[in-house]
Design a binder for this molecule. Structure first.
Ligand code: ZN
Ligand code: ZN
Length: 240
């Protein structure tokens, strides 16, 4: 579409916030509106330098959380935009379970605009998303993580691959399981099919929600085993 035509359409049908339907003002429609952005909580310091868990409003230095102190982490750093609650949780739920794949635009932009000096996008050589098993993909019709990853890849001109890492085992939904049960449930669910694509690469792995981290842990483990140099993780939300 020509810029003139786009401007004309925008004049008669101003783009609306994909999250709440409110006015976007000067923003393009791949952004949440200022009200939505304001209504979301974002993580800040102090936090765990490894998994990014925020410690709330208590001032102090960053320090490792109890899980990162006691358990082996296969990813180097994991970061999330904010806690899995309120508006962000609602938007993710609509995106994933109500098939609102158009929300990928606004939510993907939130991810792509994540700013953190300890987590510069320029470090990453390849973007992967957490794959769905073909059976789940048929049910849902789209892989929510891949839609998000695509926007980050485009925005930062980092190549995206969705063939190297595959989910070869169907697993029951993790939502009802405890941490150790999740780890057991997900073990052996992923395989690297084309190790040459990820060899020696510093990888950014994208998923929608970090709950206990068992899914991204398992992915990072198989990626490192298959020759990746380092795996960092970025998710929209982090369950507390
Ligand atoms: Zn809004
Ligand atoms: Zn941690």
């Amino acid at each position: 579409m020509t810029p003139f035509l786009t401007a004309l359409i925008d004049f008669f049908f101003p783009p609306k916030c994909l999250l709440c339907g409110g006015s976007l003002g000067e923003l393009s429609d791949d952004h949440p509106c200022p009200l939505c952005t304001e209504g979301m909580k974002f993580f800040s310091h102090p936090r765990c330098p490894c998994c990014g868990l925020g410690f709330g409003d208590t001032p102090g230095e960053d320090h490792l959380c109890s899980t990162c102190l006691t358990e082996e982490r296969h990813f180097t750093r994991a970061r999330a935009i904010g806690p899995y609650e309120g508006l962000l949780a609602e938007a993710i739920h609509r995106f994933k379970y109500q098939g609102a794949s158009r929300l990928a635009k606004a939510l993907g932009t939130l991810l792509a605009e994540y700013k953190d000096p300890e987590f510069p996008f320029s470090n990453f050589e390849l973007i992967l998303s957490v794959p769905l098993h073909p059976r789940r993909l048929r049910q849902r019709g789209f892989n929510q993580s891949l839609l998000l990853a695509r926007r980050v890849s485009r925005r930062h001109s980092i190549p995206l691959d969705f063939t190297a890492l595959q989910r070869t085992r169907h697993t029951d939904p993790q939502t009802q399981l405890s941490g150790p049960e999740r780890q057991k449930n997900i073990r052996g669910a992923f395989e690297v099919h084309k190790p040459e694509l990820i060899a020696e690469k510093h990888i950014l792995l994208i998923d929608d929600v970090f709950t206990t981290g068992s899914t991204v842990q398992e992915c990072a483990k198989v990626l490192l085993r298959a020759g990746a140099q380092q795996v960092d993780v970025l998710t929209l939300a982090r369950a507390l």
